[in-house]
Design a protein around this ligand. Sequence first.
Ligand code: AMP
Length: 177
Amino acid sequence: MKLILIGIQGAGKSTQGNLLSEKLGIPYLSTGHIFREMAKEKTPLGRYIKETINAGYLIPDEKTLEIVTGYLHRPEYEKGYIMDGFPRTTQQAEKFENGIDKVIYLKVSDKEALWRLSGRSDNRQDDTLQAIRKRINLFHEFTEPVIDYFKKKGILVEIDGEKQIEEIHKEILSKLH
Ligand code: AMP
């Protein structure tokens, strides 16, 4: 099964992604994690990615598509995956023809997300308040159209992400058929 998780930062994508991964026996991967690993490389590409993610900007679509497609060719993703953080723009969605089964949209308000993130202990280097606000704005501008795109395709599952973790998990499972 090929699943996509969409939601603003702080919506609970990695929490739900990992729960689903365990339950369904499908690997979870996130483009944010992939890019943060690449940002550690002391190469021009590594430095470019580091600067871009620390500023809260998006990596260009072509580069993102190339990297994601490369990852998904690995044998561990052959049977399926739970993808967090991609596609983030309509161009990425349109160019990514990979037989996605369902797109799970975890809906939370900006206020709730900011509140959750302010109390998070695993603060990342790119988690300055300014970068978080930038990412939330980019989500509204570029990723909300992606939600509509999948809605029109009839594979969108919208979930209230402000409920309890276990409740959300059960609701997602009930809507995967
Ligand atoms: P995330 O952990 O999903 O918030 O991702 C961290 C950062 O990685 C983002 O702020 C972007 O700079 C970059 N990134 C992750 N996924 C994508 C994507 N699909 N397209 C472009 N940039 C991305």
